[in-house]
Design a protein around this ligand. Structure first.
Ligand code: SAH
Ligand code: SF4
Ligand code: F3S
Length: 483
């Protein structure tokens, strides 16, 4: 990973706000339905949380059409990769995987290979030379017919983007996780057109999903034992449901948050991603009002330099960002704050880079996803601004950013020592199965002794010591806390 300038801190093992962590769902905790007579589909998922949720939508559509999931590519008749285009290396990895998928075709007759998701949308028929099926993020409803129509000389493609599709009526088949925490997409697409970013081209225009269907989905998850939902969108703060008949019944993001939080105090609500230009005081106050809305905001800054931010078309500057952080902390003093940073955007000077470092020192983020700038064809930046920072300099700056964030994460965690947290148990700790792990409201990972609890239970813990990634805790009684 390091060689292609995409480095994830080890502390960030779990999928979070637009995290560019890829994983193979088939390696996770899935229990495929066993039915030898049904055709089997194998899905690999790359990219952000929205793609993870999309794979769950895809599986729902395919299950309704009579397919079953398999975790073994060797027995699959349909092999799908749900792909990401955010940086060049994300795409390079998929090209490598396609070659491996094609080996399956040589071994067995009738295997269908499909590329779906953002890379399908971006590269369109370029992919058809290598695979049988190409489907963009808004065309998953047509997958069953497309699969049926595939013939050796007739690959299928549907990359139409929609202004309406939200898959609101589809109940995603929960593929991953431990039955405790689930993603709910509340909107699709993005209208922001940040100059470096490919997402508006791969996912199309922004559209919000009917809030009633969101609440119904969250309620159903809760009724089925889930304890945490994460509301997903590229820019959740611009969520807006417009009621056709009555404007007074429009729903904005703060109102949606409240509606979901009111399902039950036992159901935690998280959300991602917030855009610094759009996060409103109303959202911050709503978070403060409900104990079960987790006190964590993923607020990607991208750069600490106002010059770079303007060129990136982020529509805020350094001062604006710092004011939003100050507002969040004045209303919710213990709010977890995480971010995304891009190193080496076009024309970035030593001073711009120093501005990023100084902003990070000022804010002290709990953690960050840090990337080297990767020019994406078709974006505004690719047309207007040269990719003129050398690989070596990008790497050097990125490494400096990563090293600083390591120190900041430790500093932020050290402040937790002695604090008491309510933690939602996720399961046994990976390093020590005798212990449990789970997240505090501020999203920090806690490890603590088990008293026989299981995933989905709440526990109270006190932080005794820390690493830059984890809070090491002891157990405390619920009634000594004032949470
Ligand atoms: N909608 C979210 C971000 C989605 S993409 C937001 O606006 O905050 C996730 C992250 O990938 C971005 O925050 C950015 O840090 C990174 N990213 C996007 N395009 C990139 C590019 N061309 N090169 C490097 N990193 C990029
Ligand atoms: Fe990309 Fe900007 Fe939209 Fe985020 S807000 S998805 S960075 S265009
Ligand atoms: Fe997500 Fe990657 Fe697409 S980050 S929106 S899967 S380009």
């Amino acid at each position: 990973m390091q060689s292609d300038l995409e480095i994830l801190p080890q502390s960030q093992e779990r999928m979070r706000g637009n995290e560019i962590l890829e994983f193979n769902m088939t390696m996770r905790n899935i229990r495929p339905i066993q039915d030898p007579d049904k055709p089997k589909v194998y899905i690999e998922t790359y990219g952000c949380q929205m793609n993870v949720n999309d794979s769950e939508v895809i599986l729902s559509i395919l299950q309704d059409a009579g397919y079953v999931l398999t975790e073994d590519m060797d027995e699959a008749s349909i092999i799908l990769a749900n792909t990401c285009s955010i940086r060049d290396n994300a795409e390079q990895r998929i090209w490598g995987r396609i070659d491996q998928f094609r080996l399956q075709k040589r071994k067995r007759d009738g295997v269908v290979i499909g590329i779906v998701g953002c890379m399908a949308e971006r590269l369109k028929d370029k992919l058809l030379e290598k695979v049988d099926l190409v489907a963009g993020p808004d065309s998953y409803r047509t997958l069953p017919e497309m699969i049926e129509a595939v013939r050796p000389d007739s690959p299928q493609i549907n990359v139409l983007l929609s202004h309406e599709e939200t898959y609101a009526d589809i109940a995603p088949v929960r593929l991953d996780r431990n039955g405790v925490s689930a993603f709910i997409s509340i909107m699709r697409g993005c209208n922001n057109v940040c100059s470096y970013c490919v997402v508006p081209y791969t996912r199309g225009a922004e559209r919000s999903r009917d809030p009633q269907t969101i609440v119904a989905e969250a309620q159903e998850l809760f009724d089925n034992g889930y304890k945490e939902v994460t509301l997903l969108g590229q820019n959740v703060d611009s969520y807006m449901w417009e009621d056709e008949d009555d404007m007074d019944r429009n729903v904005n993001f703060a109102q949606l948050l409240e509606m979901v939080a009111q399902i039950s105090p036992e159901l935690r609500v998280r959300f991602s991603t917030s855009h610094p230009k759009d996060i409103s005081d109303e959202v911050i106050y709503t978070m403060a009002m409900y104990e079960n809305i987790c006190k964590h905001i993923h607020l990607p800054v991208q750069s600490g330099s106002s010059t770079m931010l303007e060129k990136m078309r982020r529509k805020y500057n350094r001062e604006w960002y710092l004011e939003r952080v100050a507002k969040i902390r004045s209303v919710i003093p213990d709010c977890g704050l995480t971010t995304d940073v891009i190193a080496g955007f076009s024309g970035e000077t030593e001073q711009d880079h120093k501005d990023t470092l100084s902003l990070m020192e000022k804010v002290v983020f709990d953690s960050a996803f840090m990337f080297a700038y990767s020019e994406r064809p078709g974006t505004l930046a690719s047309k207007k601004y040269p990719d003129d920072i050398t690989y070596e300099l990008k790497t050097e700056r990125l490494n400096e950013i990563i090293a600083l964030q390591g120190r900041m994460s430790l500093r932020s965690n050290e402040k937790e020592i002695g604090k008491i947290h309510k933690v939602l148990v996720e399961g046994p700790s990976k390093k020590n199965p005798e212990q449990l792990c789970g997240r505090a409201s501020n999203n920090k990972m806690c490890v603590f002794p088990s008293l026989g609890e299981k995933a989905g239970d709440y526990c109270f813990v006190e932080v005794e010591s820390v690493t830059s990634a984890t809070l090491i805790c002891k157990r405390v009684d619920e009634d000594i806390t004032e949470l």
